[in-house]
Design a binder for this molecule. Structure first.
Ligand code: FAD
Ligand code: E0Q
Length: 488
């Protein structure tokens, strides 16, 4: 019996991972990738951005048997190191301890690892082959190489993992409007670098952190590389009379801006001028589609279906979840491909919408709210409730970053928790004055318990959209009551 053939467009992180998972499930997978083989080019400048790998992405890599390899190439980030304009920098831990950390990994390195693994599983890669057109009716696609030499290919099952600017999405949309909506953020980004330091230390600043220089309407971040250097990303409005890429078009103009707003960062970047003038401004947007697939013929995954802003570090993590769900659905032999695609959209779209929304909120929070006393009071009370009533309260950042609870659940639960915090603090503005016991009983009376915790203290995943959001297993009445009896 011949293996079912699948054609994938794009060998980015999501395409390469999905290709491997499908090949391991017995599919014959062909991948067409516009760029040259990332393993053969010695050094690609530009998009050597690091990615923050969190629990969801790591779990997908476990499924693929690649978690250890990925972690070996990563640098642990315990939290956000915030660098204010005046005053000392401070680490805000992401999790409760070192079991809750995220990992900085080079996009290129991770991509190469995924392609190697996919090839080993039997995937056939065709590099330097860009999708030009796709005729959904005849299921024929046209590909072009760098010399514009065309090639045709019959693709009966077509999966687009070709990123935010997806060519397959454009072709599908010609066949049947997908309801594409692009919401530009109005911000762009530029990649800079802190080189590896001389001497034994290697790292010029704390290696085990994601560094943030928040400045209101804009910010810089830096993430560590295993080699000792850091990738720095400047996020800045594209236009406007204030500080923007429009008013700071080149290093000559941007130098003074950095000198004024990032005085501790600028001296760490000896190649600032060359990087600023040499690297393009990337643009950022959120992408929504009503329809991710055309019956059983074509479907979109990862950024091609739902590109989001980068401010929660979840774009790739979300795309990796897509890949696991898609491979599982397609491998179910009792299900028609069209039903698998429909099911995929039904399961994943609410989650993609939720992380898109939470990411935009995280940006505003990071930029503005850290200084807002009402926000800080909520954060503080939330932390205490999470300590004292872990079955009933979990900070949203933790649900998103360190669990596999669905994004849709995290969004909904986060909103309910936030409303409750507002209510509690409304009644009593000083969180130190608030009776924690009373707050806990209100919490328990208002919100159902979180999904049950596994032995490793993490809640079980709630991945399927139509499963009840609140788990069947609830803590016993006695356990519940324990929280009420604990003293302050
Ligand atoms: P892509 O990575 O875009 O890959 C698409 C692939 O398709 C590419 O290889 C491309 O060459 C190929 N392709 C494109 N067009 C064609 C064509 N016509 N024919 C054939 N091939 C084609 N996510 C995180 O999880 N953590 C982070 O910390 C994080 N930080 C980010 C920071 C920034 C500044 C940005 C912009 C994004 C960040 N993201 C992060 C998001 C992450 O980069 C994306 O979600 C992820 O790369 C999506 O993977 P993908 O494989 O779907 O698409
Ligand atoms: C993370 C980890 C590009 C990027 C990636 C990230 C994060 C941020 C700010 C950015 C969010 C946070 N964050 O620190 O709240 O947790 O990935 Cl800008």
């Amino acid at each position: 019996m011949s293996k079912q053939a699948i054609t994938l467009i794009g060998a980015g992180p999501v395409g390469a991972l999905l290709a491997q998972l499908l090949a391991r499930r017995g599919f014959a997978v062909q991948v067409f990738e516009k760029r040259t083989d990332p393993r053969r080019v010695s050094f690609v400048r530009g998009r050597t951005i690091n990615l923050a790998l969190a629990e969801r992405g790591l779990q997908a890599l476990r499924t693929a048997g690649l978690d250890e390899l990925a972690l070996q190439r990563s640098v642990m980030m315990r939290g956000r190191m915030v660098h204010p304009l005046d005053g000392p920098s401070a680490l805000q831990r992401y999790g409760v301890d070192d079991s809750e950390v995220i990992w900085s990994i080079s996009r290129a390195g991770l991509n190469a690892l995924l392609i190697d693994a996919a090839e080993e599983a039997g995937v056939n890669f065709h590099f330097g082959q860009a999708l030009r057109t796709a005729d959904i009716d005849t299921q024929r696609i046209t590909l072009v190489d760098e010399h514009e030499v065309q090639r045709e290919h019959q693709a009966n099952v077509l999966i687009g993992a070709d990123g935010a600017g997806s060519a397959l999405r454009a072709a599908m949309n010609l066949h049947q409007p997908l309801g594409i909506r692009v919401e530009p953020l109005g911000h762009g980004y530029k990649e800079l670098e802190i080189p590896r330091a001389a001497g034994a230390d290697r790292f010029a600043i704390e290696p085990n952190a994601l560094h943030i220089w928040p400045r209101g309407g804009y910010m810089c971040i830096a993430t560590p590389n295993i080699t000792g250097s850091f990738n720095v990303t400047l996020f800045l409005p594209l236009r406007g009379t204030g500080s923007s890429f429009e008013t700071l078009p080149n290093a000559a103009a941007a130098g003074a801006f950095f000198h004024r707003d990032f005085p501790d960062l600028l001296p760490l970047m000896p190649r600032f001028a060359a990087d600023y003038d040499g690297h393009p401004v990337g643009t950022l947007a959120t992408l929504y589609l009503d329809q991710w697939h055309i019956d059983g013929r074509a479907v979109l995954v990862g950024d091609a279906a739902h590109a989001i802003a980068p401010f929660h570090g979840q774009g790739m993590n979300c795309g990796f979840e897509d890949a696991v769900v898609m491979a599982e659905l397609l491998a179910d032999s009792g299900v028609q491909v069209a039903d698998a695609f429909a099911q995929f959209q039904r399961i994943r779209k609410p989650n993609a919408d939720a992380i898109a929304a939470m990411t935009l909120e995280n940006y505003v929070e990071m930029r503005d709210s850290v200084a807002d006393p009402a926000y800080v009071a909520k954060l503080e009370l939330g932390k205490r409730l999470a300590e004292r009533a872990p079955q009933h309260f979990m900070p949203r950042y933790r649900m998103v970053t360190f669990t596999q609870l669905s994004y849709a659940y995290a969004y909904e639960r986060g909103r309910a928790q936030d409303r409750l915090l507002g209510q509690l603090l409304n009644e009593c503005s000083d969180p130190n004055e608030l009776s924690l016991n009373a707050a806990i009983s209100t919490l328990q009376a208002t919100l159902p318990p979180l999904p049950a915790l596994r032995e490793d203290n993490k809640p079980d995943p709630v991945t399927v959209a139509d499963r009840p959001i609140y788990l069947e297993t609830t803590p016993s009445a006695e356990e519940d009551a324990d929280y009420l009896l604990e003293g302050e």
